[in-house]
Write a protein that binds this ligand. Structure first.
Ligand SMILES: *[C@@H]1O[C@H](CO)[C@@H](O)[C@H](O)[C@H]1NC(C)=O
Ligand SMILES: *[C@@H]1O[C@H](CO)[C@@H](O)[C@H](O)[C@H]1NC(C)=O
Ligand SMILES: *[C@@H]1O[C@H](CO)[C@@H](O)[C@H](O)[C@H]1NC(C)=O
Ligand SMILES: *[C@@H]1O[C@H](CO)[C@@H](O)[C@H](O)[C@H]1NC(C)=O
Length: 400
């Protein structure tokens, strides 16, 4: 009964102090007007600013009222602003947060007392393309065993800061790296710098692995991958070996190092020997051939491999073994048929030597003293040509 009385009173007096104001107005589209750009193009992570101008009928919309931007469906409010005074005309700007790539449609509506709502018929379309910005990764010079800090700078996107993590990819798989320093607040610029550090001690095995910095912004992930170049001292591979049949000694020494570690054979007193060498990405292989009985009576041959990071040496024991012969420079062994006569191997080496002596003397005649070395298809030869000429050319045997 009380409710009916108050409704009658309200209708009768139509005063603003009336307690029950739920009188729904009839709304016409021509009373409402919004001026806004209806298509925006942006990149993931951009803040999209939508400026608009609004005109509303002051006799129908009452304060307080709400200005609501919604995404897609009118129920799906993205942003609500409460306005306490009704003005017939106003300007404002709506800013979206960062959006993942895609097509979006935004709409605008007004709500005021008694659940009264006006939904503007226009829609704002936003086309968002993929993120092009990537984190910036800095890697200092790397040497095995020396701790360094890798840096990753992941800038803010719109208002979001990145969650940064590091990942390591080796031939064996992926793993997350833990020793990460958080971003820190920079007082001078008054904000977080977006700089993340990773403490890392590289090993020789880390050469050529990939490290990735991942910046997760919640709605999109950006990443940058770098391949590590770790310098390490040479390691002589245990495929190195020496073989003798009593007449010839043939030794193979293989070493791995970054940068490439040239191999030398310190055979000071010997003059009658030949050396050939080859190299692949990080491995150097050197083969020395010399007559056995005449000069060489030691039971092992020393092989030295060195680069700017250090030196490795090994005494390779002589194996008197006519069954095994190093045919593969990278350490593979091939078993000769026992009926294969050793003499063929010896003759073949002698012939090779003779051929090389011949080639060298022709070259000498043509090019005076400068000896031309056949360059191998590797960086080693081209980078260290001086060394190659000195150490890896074939030295002609002196007549004894
Ligand atoms: C407004 O609508 C909601 C549901 O849509 C309802 O619960 C509420 O009572 C309504 N308020 C008025 C004043 O009509
Ligand atoms: C590292 O990245 C490079 C180029 O992105 C790729 O070619 C290589 O296979 C990767 N290495 C590993 C171990 O994943
Ligand atoms: C030498 O080779 C053997 C078998 O091929 C291997 O088990 C061993 O670990 C190697 N040693 C070194 C020092 O590389
Ligand atoms: C043989 O070994 C001795 C000592 O081990 C060394 O002094 C000598 O130079 C070696 N001879 C050759 C030809 O390397």
């Amino acid at each position: 009964m009380n409710l009916i009385y108050s409704v009658i009173l309200c209708l009768f007096f139509k005063t603003s102090s009336c307690q029950l104001k739920c009188v729904k107005e009839t709304l016409y589209d021509h009373d409402f007007f919004i001026n806004v750009t209806t298509h925006f193009k942006a990149e993931t992570g951009d803040c999209i600013r939508i400026p608009y101008k609004l005109m509303i009928p002051t006799n129908k919309v009452t304060a307080p009222y709400r200005k609501i931007w919604f995404k897609g469906d009118p129920q799906n409010a993205e942003n609500t602003i409460v306005v306490n005074t009704v003005e017939s005309e106003m300007k404002d700007t709506y800013s979206t947060g960062g959006l993942p790539p895609g097509e979006y449609e935004y709409g605008f509506k007004l709500e005021w007392e008694c659940n009264q709502t006006y939904i503007f018929p226009m829609r704002v379309r936003i086309s968002v393309s993929a993120l092009t910005q990537k984190p910036y990764v800095y890697v200092p010079a790397l040497e095995e065993g020396r701790g360094v800090r890798l840096q990753c700078r992941a800038d803010r996107l719109c208002s979001s800061r990145a969650q940064v993590s590091w990942k390591k990819t080796t031939a064996g798989g992926q793993s997350i790296l833990q020793d990460v320093n958080e971003d820190f607040y920079n007082r001078e610029i008054g904000r977080y710098r977006g700089m993340y550090m990773l403490n890392y001690i590289p090993t020789a095995d880390d050469h050529n692995i990939n490290i990735t910095c991942l910046a997760d912004y919640g709605y999109t992930v950006a990443e940058t991958t770098v391949t590590l170049n770790v310098k390490f001292s040479p390691k002589i591979l245990n495929s190195s070996q020496c073989m003798t049949d009593g007449k010839l000694v043939v030794c193979v020494c293989n070493s791995r190092g970054n940068p490439l570690a040239p191999i030398t054979w310190p055979l000071a007193s010997l003059t009658d020997f030949s050396v050939t060498s080859s190299s692949s990405i990080l491995t150097v292989s050197s083969t020395i051939t010399m007559p056995a009985a005449a000069d060489y009576h030691n039971t092992s041959v020393k092989c030295i491999s060195s680069n700017e990071m250090g030196q490795a040496e090994i005494d390779i024991p002589l194996q008197d073994n006519s069954k095994n012969f190093p045919t593969d420079l990278y350490g593979g062994k091939q078993t000769f048929n026992t009926t294969t006569p050793w003499i063929i191997v010896g003759v073949s080496f002698s012939l090779n030597l003779l051929l090389l002596i011949l080639i060298i003397s022709i070259y000498r005649r043509d090019k005076q003293t400068q000896m031309k070395v056949c360059e191998e298809t590797d960086t080693y030869a081209s980078l260290r040509k001086a060394d190659v000429e000195q150490e890896y050319s074939v030295i002609s045997p002196q007549p004894r």
